[in-house]
Design a protein around this ligand. Sequence first.
Ligand code: ATP
Ligand code: MG
Length: 323
Amino acid sequence: MTSKAREGKDPPTSLGTSMEPDMTQKMPSSAPASMPKDIDETLNALQAQHYLADRRLATALFLALQLGKPLLLEGEPGTGKTEIAKVLAAWLGKPLIRLQCYDGMDLSQAAYEWDHARQLLEIRMAESTGRQGEMQVHDLYDPRFLLRRPLLQAIEAKDQAPILLIDELDRTDEAFEAYLLELLSDFQMSIPELGTISAKHPPLVILTSNRTRELHDAVKRRCLYQWVDFPDAQREAAIVARKVPAIPAALRTELVALVQALRGLDLFKKPGVAETIDFARALQVLAAQSLSIEMVMQLLGVLLKVQDDIALASEALPSLLAD
Ligand SMILES: Nc1ncnc2c1ncn2[C@@H]1O[C@H](COP(=O)(O)OP(=O)(O)OP(=O)(O)O)[C@@H](O)[C@H]1O
Ligand SMILES: [Mg+2]
């Protein structure tokens, strides 16, 4: 597939296929952008959407766009893995189709399902009009009786290539990963009763994993891979400045330094960028001008969600804030 196949020149659709209705509202009103020419353009376009990527992530994304390969993002929770698919859809003016994976998810929820109720109705209608003799089995396995779930929606996109977000793939099982292989390498899907459906506009696929288990090599081989780490203090402060612009610069530096120091502790779950942004918003609501131990103690639940972590952080706070 050429990068031309992915050119974002068509206007965004109203997205009857989206599993994320809110996203259509977040789409920019400006004309859809075309594919970036280089890594700098990718970085700038992400920044224009208030997403501050490091150069490695921008490089991986640029290459995924150019090569038409799925991009697998693994990393710490709350570091912007899901967000990048949303930002990409908004930037390129493309529909976002999201498959949120979960334990026990099967094909009927991820790909397609036959609408048995409508098939039965069709049989009854044939009986009532005396046509049952003419009816063939394949009449019942017709595309109009298919319930299209996100993967099939992405393959069948009619007007332009959508962004397909397969979020938290590590929550599913290996059987589901195996099912994805055909889609990831050939952008096609086999439906036994119908045959193979190939994408006219291959989707740009972003997969994410929190690495609760190792994904299969076969999936990884079909993707470009990028580990998404916590940002350094400078980038995290810049993210906070974008997302919570109202808080004073000095407070921003202080709160980011605290979050970065907390990540250095031996915590069960380190705070992600999402928690940093929540913390900044909480400080804004409380009209804080600087961080005191008492205030941070009361707000630790915004940053840490495990009681043992809160206990450990409470002990360490005096030295962390003194540094
Ligand atoms: N580099 C970044 N630039 C701007 N915002 C960011 C960045 N990284 C994270 N965020 C913000 O942090 C929040 C969490 O991001 P997101 O939900 O994408 O994280 P995640 O890695 O998917 O987390 P999880 O693994 O828990 O699903 C979002 O509100 C997002 O805007
Ligand atoms: Mg996520």
